[in-house]
Design a protein around this ligand. Structure first.
Ligand code: PEP
Ligand code: MN
Length: 373
């Protein structure tokens, strides 16, 4: 499925001056002074296109700082007047949209806790009909690509032309290094589905801690994301929300200068020649892989028939353990990562089980059928 939405490409957007399209500003607007000082410092970077600040904050637990509300919009309007920066804030219902528009907000984003809910996304889409603002749609907190795609479609159907998807990672139960798991395959799949849609990475919310923001931003640039949304606060330690993941404007500047920007394509004929040849090799190996998988599955099916005839269960844990252990030793010995071996072998094993299940169930159906006779 490839979707063609009636949206404009980011290169045509007002304020776009090359990769990364940068959105920066505090997690939350806290006071006029904090908003203005942060904006003045960020303006000096010369790379910020949109100044962000949350006015209504979706907090996990009650009794945390829930945002300053409408008064913060006045400060954002002042930022725009004084610095010329475009402004953006989060909206989570139609009232937020109307208020934000009243104060000349240029970009609204739909947060991760809102994009999970089609009712709310539709309510926001309806409120945005006929309005020319930028709308950024964060991924839902759960790794559901259809839900993310659906939210984007709803906003596009409302006639919004400047839409971007924001990758902010996915929530997990287990404690992991990052606050939210990047699951890079999801934004990659989104780009495959909607190739023209601008893709922005929010490394702050993926990281949860400032020391990881650079590596995540670099990865996003290497995956050809169009832009970055990074939380920046004049005094991060004192921030009322997301204190550990915010950076000062000068730390942001330093982080950006360390980013290596590789070009997404090349016209150099020599390079293209080399790349073309290497890609041919990849195609050959990928063909081999598919042939091998087909052969392996045929054998798995034979085993399925054999198990069925001899009344043996499909899952043989000891045998499976042995396969993974052997593959791990051999694979890591050849420089392949444990993650790769684990992912591939789990997927292959699951497919074998599915096929054997089908074989068993066919048997069950026939068996039940013959019982009834
Ligand atoms: C934010 O950008 O401050 C925010 C609340 O984001 P998310 O919806 O990604 O958690
Ligand atoms: Mn935040």
């Amino acid at each position: 499925m490839v979707l063609k939405l009636e949206t404009s490409t980011i290169k045509d957007w007002n304020g776009y001056n090359g990769r990364p399209f940068l959105i920066a500003g505090p997690c939350s607007a806290e006071s006029e002074e904090q908003v203005m000082e942060t904006a003045r410092e960020l303006l000096k970077l010369k790379q910020v296109s949109i100044y962000r600040a949350g006015i209504w904050k979706p907090r996990t637990r009650p009794n945390s700082f829930e945002g300053v509300g409408v008064s913060g919009l006045k400060w954002l309007r002042k930022v725009k007047q004084e610095t010329g920066l475009m402004t953006g804030t989060e909206v989570a219902n139609e009232k937020h949209v109307y208020e934000a528009l009243k104060y000349g907000i240029d970009m609204v984003w739909i947060g991760a806790r809102t994009s999970v809910n089609p009712f709310t996304v539709q309510e926001i889409a309806d409120a945005l009909k006929g309005v020319d603002v930028m709308v950024f749609i964060k991924n839902p907190i759960n790794p559901d690509i259809d839900l993310w795609t659906g939210a984007i479609e709803r906003i596009a159907k409302a006639g919004i032309k400047r839409i971007a998807a924001v990758h902010r990672g996915f929530s997990t139960f287990e404690k992991t290094t990052y606050r939210n798991q990047p699951n890079w395959q999801l934004p990659i799949e989104l780009r495959r589905r909607i190739p023209d849609l601008p893709l922005i990475c929010d490394p702050s919310h993926i990281a949860g801690a400032r020391e990881y923001i650079h590596e995540i931003s670099q990865k996003a640039m290497d995956l050809n994301f169009d832009g970055l949304m990074i939380e920046s606060h004049i005094n991060p330690e004192k921030a009322l929300s997301d204190a550990s993941q915010q950076v000062t404007p000068s730390e942001l500047y330093e982080l950006l200068t360390r980013l290596i920007l590789r070009s997404p394509s090349t016209n150099d004929p020599k390079l293209l020649d080399v790349l073309g040849e290497l890609r041919q090799q990849i195609d050959v190996y990928d063909d081999h892989l598919i042939d091998l998988l087909e052969k392996r599955m045929k054998v798995a099916e034979k085993i399925g028939h054999y198990k069925k005839e001899n009344n043996i269960t499909i899952l043989q844990s000891a045998r499976w353990d042995e396969i993974v252990r052997k593959a791990m030793v051999k694979g890591t010995g050849k420089g392949l990562s444990e993650e790769l071996i684990d992912t591939i072998f789990k997927a292959v094993h699951q497919e074998s089980i599915n096929r054997q299940m089908r074989i068993m169930n066919e048997d069950m159906k026939n068996h039940n059928g013959s019982d009834k006779k």
